[in-house]
Design a protein around this ligand. Structure first.
Ligand SMILES: *[C@@H]1O[C@H](CO)[C@@H](O)[C@H](O)[C@H]1NC(C)=O
Ligand SMILES: *[C@@H]1O[C@H](CO)[C@@H](O)[C@H](O)[C@H]1NC(C)=O
Ligand SMILES: *[C@@H]1O[C@H](CO)[C@@H](O)[C@H](O)[C@H]1NC(C)=O
Ligand SMILES: *[C@@H]1O[C@H](CO)[C@@H](O)[C@H](O)[C@H]1NC(C)=O
Ligand SMILES: [Zn+2]
Length: 400
């Protein structure tokens, strides 16, 4: 498909012997107008608050920008009355390449700032993921000038809270034909991510029977049950699957609640827990968790209480991602992304400016140079990924 659609790329192709010579020049720096476009676009995006569920304003602004300023055809895929994904494309709707990121952010909102002396640009979303969004748009725009127009842009909502935007795009009846290559943008410190850990979220709900704390035997303490359950999980935590690629599976007791007062035997208690899988599947880890809590559950029931496990979603196994592109450093990460939520047999890459370590913090920021480098890197990534794909397709063709 790419061979037909990217005629410029295929002109100088000689199979196997040498890499195709791309007619698209590699840039080493952005010119002044492009740099200004990048900074202005990034500022506009960050200045509009877009905490998950409140993405409408930034979506409207971006749709207008892509259509009016950059001449894209823009479709809004509504997933609720006032929340929508944006799909933007040029001459045709089904393209070989999709470039995607998310426009929602975590709370709270932090205003935009740019310190020209230090070159530091901050504010909520400046890194995660409006840095990626702005750099992707400018990079793709640069390629379109070279008639490299077989690319769509997809900006989704809801990534920070379960990925309802990408899930809806993936199952959309009007979804364009499958893509060959999809490039995702998240803060990766300008490296290509070779994969990320899997995820399994769950809640424990302990129920007991209230009583005066002077006569605890008249009740059953939900707090005691929960503490016992967490003790069992602390022990399990040391024996979860691990891998050389992703390290240890981790389990975070993120939120614990229980009881009403010191002098009352607690009637309810709960804990919200996130497990990041370094190996195995959600089903395997579910089995281990159920096994570890079996005795606690039986003990709770003997006392007239109970312990329930509520799985927050199906979860997913570790996600391997393509990362063999010459000239990029690589890494693996421990955070979840929309990458596994887009179905299809496409090659997928994950790259973005800025560091995840500041992404959800009150000091979220990156340097102007990082943003500019990301434009150059996205451009190079798109061209190289197309070349790799094309070359492998041609080899496959010859072998047939
Ligand atoms: C805008 O895009 C359309 C195709 O989608 C193209 O036909 C038209 O020439 C473009 N206009 C400009 C000013 O680039
Ligand atoms: C901007 O950065 C410079 C150099 O790091 C620093 O001295 C200055 O205080 C910063 N300005 C503001 C307003 O934070
Ligand atoms: C689409 O998004 C809506 C709104 O969040 C959600 O209720 C629904 O489950 C999503 N659909 C899919 C297929 O994920
Ligand atoms: C994984 O866990 C083991 C045992 O708890 C520990 O010794 C090791 O340092 C951990 N590895 C990493 C990469 O954290
Ligand atoms: Zn993100």
């Amino acid at each position: 498909m790419i061979t037909q659609l990217l005629p410029l790329l295929s002109l100088a192709t000689t199979i196997v012997a040498s890499a195709p010579q791309s007619p698209i020049p590699e840039l080493t720096a952005l010119d002044a107008p492009t740099s200004k476009q990048l900074l202005d676009l990034h500022r506009n995006l960050v200045e509009i608050e877009s905490i998950t569920h409140n993405e409408q304003s930034v979506g409207d602004w971006l749709a207008t920008y892509l259509h009016k300023e950059l001449n894209y055809t823009v479709e809004k895929q509504h997933i609720t009355k006032d929340r929508f994904n944006l799909l933007a494309y040029g001459t045709k709707r089904s393209t070989s390449i999709l470039v995607s990121s998310h426009i929602d952010t975590v709370p709270p909102y932090w205003p935009y700032y740019y310190n020209e002396t230090s070159g530091i640009i901050g504010g909520r979303g400046s890194v995660d993921a409006k840095g990626s969004v702005a750099a992707q748009i400018v990079a793709v725009q640069g390629l379109r000038k070279h008639l490299f127009d077989d690319i769509s842009l997809l900006f989704v909502v809801g990534e920070e809270q379960g990925g309802d935007g990408m899930r809806n795009f993936s199952s959309w009846v009007k979804r364009p034909d499958p893509y060959d290559i999809v490039i995702f943008g998240e803060p990766t410190e300008a490296k290509l991510v070779c994969g990320h850990k899997g995820m399994l979220g769950f809640a424990l709900r302990a129920t007991g029977k209230a009583a005066h704390s002077g006569y605890p035997w008249l009740g059953a303490s939900a707090n005691d049950i929960l503490v016992e359950a967490l003790g069992a999980l602390l022990e399990l935590r040391e024996h979860l699957p691990w891998s050389h690629k992703y390290g240890n599976t981790t389990m975070n007791f993120g939120r614990i609640q229980g009881g009403v007062a010191a002098n009352v035997v607690a009637e309810t208690a709960s804990a919200n827990i996130a497990t990041r899988l370094a190996a195995g599947t959600p089903d395997v880890v579910k089995g281990l968790i159920i096994g570890a809590l079996k005795d606690v559950q039986a003990h709770a029931q003997q006392q007239g209480g109970d312990l329930d496990i509520e799985w927050l979603s199906d979860g997913y196994a570790p996600v391997d991602i393509d990362c063999k592109i010459e000239g990029f450093d690589t890494l693996t990460v421990n955070y979840g992304t929309d990458v596994p939520l887009l179905s299809g047999g496409h090659r997928r890459y994950l790259y973005g400016p800025g560091s995840i370590f500041v992404a959800h913090s009150d000091h979220e920021a990156l340097k102007r140079e990082e943003l500019e480098q990301a434009v150059l890197d996205y451009r190079r990534l798109i061209v190289k990924a197309s070349e790799v794909k094309q070359k492998e397709d041609e080899i496959a063709q010859m072998e047939l």
